[in-house]
Ligand binder design. Sequence first.
Ligand SMILES: C=C(C[SeH])C(=O)N1CCC[C@H]1C(=O)O
Ligand SMILES: [Zn+2]
Length: 600
Amino acid sequence: AAAELLENAQAVLNRIDAEYAKWSNKRTLAEWNYASNLTDENLAEKINVSTAAARVMKQIAEEVNAFPWKNLEDENLKRQFSKLGILGVAALPENSYKEFESTISQMENIYSTAKICDYKNRSRCDLALEPEITEILMHSRDPEELKHIWVEWRKASGEQVKSLYPKYVELANTAARLNNFSDYAAYWMKDYEADDFPEQIETLWQQLKPLYLQLHAYVRHELRKKYGESIVSKDGPIPAHLLGNAWAQTWSNIAEFTVPFPGKQLPDVSDALVEQGSYNATSIFRLAENFFKSINLSAMPDTFWEKSILLKQKDTNMICHASAWDFYDGKDFRIKQCTRINMEDLLTAHHEMGHVEYYLQYKHQPTVFKEGANPGFHEAVGDVISLSASIPSHLKKIGLLKDDSTDREALLNHLYVKSLEKIVFLPFAYMMDRWRWDVFQGKVTPDNYNCNWWSLAEEYQGIEPPVDRSEEDFDPGSKYHIIADVEYIRYYVSFVIQFQFHKALCTKAKQYDPKNPSANPLHQCDIYDNKDAGNLLKSMLELGSSKPWPDAMEKIAGQRQMDSAGLLEYFKPLTDWLTEENKRTNEYIGWKSSNRKCVQ
Ligand SMILES: C=C(C[SeH])C(=O)N1CCC[C@H]1C(=O)O
Ligand SMILES: [Zn+2]
């Protein structure tokens, strides 16, 4: 009977998988067409196909839940049945499903087509988030211009979707409950397969917060030197518009005037990329592909180069937020990115191609396992490669940096720039989903969405808005993932585990010795050209989500937990320097409460 059940189970799964793959392909093609060209027709087609796919998934879930799969011995088959039985938002009644999809698509459209007027030339009102607003926030050092852009972007994006958000939250929670989850936050957290997941996140934050506080204090000191005490206080939160990014999620764009040793070359190759003239969007992605190939991972298939969109399309409304796409047929994989020729987009290209490498390595898995071991794993792949590709010695090797001196000062500059990307990001990522967990759990209601957002931003990031806020505003809606229904704690997880992966791959490549860490420090490791490291990474990637993520973590790093040790070790020299420097300047560590108001 067991053998017969097993044979029958495999037959059932084979048939279901073919259906699942077919409808995932159709749905993804329709989503791609809308995201690349935001017309009403493409939206209608996307909703139609997505609704049809949801109907098929409902039938599959009914068949799965009627099958006696819990009696199976085979863990792999049981895991497939278990995942197929969780429907997600497809569990909604059809009209609610259509409303859920169209609410999100509407918010994405508003976000992706939002335009504001220029600060200097008020009659010019065609500035979009990418590239114009992003580039002004990257380069302007005029506090008034930065304030204008910061406020106007939020008026044109978040404020416009405020009225839609409660409906999205309500439908998301209804869907979660139809899947027997208490709310949508619990539904999201199922992918981390740990009852104490929020506690794990908080424990990591307690380990990482001391370094963040030192970095925050140093940067506030440098900003006060630049902009004066009337704009940047001695002991308060940092005004968010001065930090080089629309959401203050990374501060790398203000490295040039805050770096510890200004005389030393900065490992920012934006200028070199442009001056060399040889770089365009395609060659930036070829550079990323070259790294993956060098460690025995896969080249992009030919169709990737034919079907990807690597530049913002003129005269077409499209979603510019970078994304990587799996079309679930084992052949079609794409990236859509409004690429600019600068360091930030070079790193993003590696990040996105990391997603495609994961797709390529698990393409033989059943559709239900075509995911990251957990969502953080998927976000970490490209960044692990960037940890090697963005060190001064590697940038010199590829001719993008002249001076790769590794004396102490140059090293501290390199670690400082990296910390403005990797350490600064952690409290932002945490508060993004702390806010949404609170919203889905009903602890935050529409009447205090915005003021709760700012109390979390102050608590975790130590930032404040440049002007008073109120509940007329909806600043969460000015961030893509909030309006696009994309969970965010995955990036927090990624920024921790990518250093565990880096440490494991560097050890494999004999570029790092855990018994003698100071011999070859982590921050000077480059796994380029190392097949052993690549094969170890590949052995984890090919699992997809066929095993619980601790098994995948054990495979690559020999550990079964997330661990901040790798990240803290990487930045240790900087942590020590910042602590000394803040003592020398007597800078206040932390921040007192903001004087900015948020009017209920
Ligand atoms: C590049 C992507 C697409 Se998965 C992205 O959304 N990222 C990458 C890092 C953090 C997060 C963001 O931009 O907010
Ligand atoms: Zn990503």
